[in-house]
Design a protein around this ligand. Structure first.
Ligand SMILES: [Zn+2]
Length: 340
């Protein structure tokens, strides 16, 4: 048996192990009631923080700052726990429910169809592969991959990364308008997303706050909080010193599982708190191998995956804590900015 055939057999064996776990579990792979309960709680939290920010924000600037930031945090965990699972069709086994839950990204001003193309198809299809994975190819702004062109200002990228991560949500709208310009269906998607963003982040706040300066503060604090949390949860798992990145040609001899595992890092994968907040994105390796399984299963599947990788000499990467993963990401981009 060739090495490649052996690795393919390994993948099938690992999937069989996870299937066996699922059959013994009292929780469905997609759409268990526990996920609906969690999603209801988190979505209620979003609505409560929104109206608290608008009500108390009209009374004091301190309340406006604190509660707008809390609203940004709530929006981020809604996207991790509800939208992200919906976009992978792991929220439910009913397609219309996945469609609705993945569309929640519209209230933050982004197109769900473009998210599916960029995240589900391009990123999950080939994580860490330059030229395919758009998460590691940031154009001229950042240099995350050795094949990306080096520019003089990249030596400062570890310094300007955090302010730009804060602006991620502000960047979604012009990016989506540009990407959707030649596709009628996507244009409609983007139009609805921009309209909802204006209604929820500008018009309704204007009615409550009755002060343009306060609306600007509300919008910017919410956006910055949402942007930095989403960036720091998604980006470092594939751009840090312990994972592998690939040129397209380097993937020719790698099977799906090895490439996914080598390009991905976990952050304290057994932390129930991180799993709750990030919607299982601290278990990135498990998510990349089993994106169709809802994230509530990840803490149980992760030890099975790690054990399997150890037994089959596949490099498994994990940081003991979230903060160590973030620090390593900034060390990595500083190194990439200095190298030619
Ligand atoms: Zn994903």
């Amino acid at each position: 048996m060739t090495k490649q055939a052996n690795l393919q057999e390994n993948i099938m064996n690992m999937r069989a192990i996870v299937e066996e776990y699922l059959q013994g579990s009292n929780m469905r792979a997609q759409g268990p009631w526990q996920l609906y309960a969690k999603a209801s709680f988190i979505f209620s939290f979003l609505i409560i923080t929104y109206f608290l920010a608008l009500y108390f924000g009209s009374k004091s600037y301190i309340s406006l700052l604190v509660l707008s930031s809390l609203y940004g945090f709530a929006m981020a965990i809604v996207q991790f726990n509800i939208m992200h699972d919906g976009s992978h069709r792991s929220f439910s086994n009913k397609e219309w429910i996945n469609k609705i839950t993945s569309s929640i990204i519209m209230i933050a001003g982004a197109s769900p169809n473009l998210w599916r193309i960029k995240h589900v198809k391009l990123h999950h299809g080939a994580p860490g592969v330059f030229g395919t994975d758009t998460d590691i190819d940031q154009g001229p702004i950042f240099r995350f991959h050795k094949d990306s062109r080096s520019r003089w200002y990249h030596r400062y990228q570890h310094l300007y990364a955090l302010p730009l991560y804060c602006c991620l949500n502000l960047y979604w709208t012009p990016r989506d308008i540009y990407l959707a310009r030649k596709n009628k269906e996507l244009r409609m998607d983007v139009f609805i997303a921009i309209s909802l963003n204006i209604i929820f982040q500008i018009i309704i706040p204007l009615i409550f706050l009755q002060n343009i300066l306060k609306v600007i503060i509300f919008f910017l604090v919410y956006s910055f909080t949402l942007g930095v949390i989403i960036s720091l949860v998604f980006v470092p798992a594939h751009t840090c010193n312990i994972v592998r990145m690939f040129s397209k040609s380097e993937c020719d001899n790698l099977d799906f599982m090895t490439q996914q595992v080598m390009a991905t890092a976990d952050f304290n994968p057994q932390s129930r708190l991180l799993n709750f907040i990030t919607g299982g994105l601290n278990n990135q390796v498990t998510h990349h191998l089993f994106p169709w399984i809802c994230h509530l299963h990840y803490p149980n599947i992760q030890p099975l995956v790690e054990k399997f990788c150890q037994e089959h000499n596949i490099q498994y990467h994990k940081f003991p804590s979230f903060s160590q993963g973030i620090l390593d990401h900034f060390r990595y981009i500083r190194m990439m900015g200095k190298s030619e």
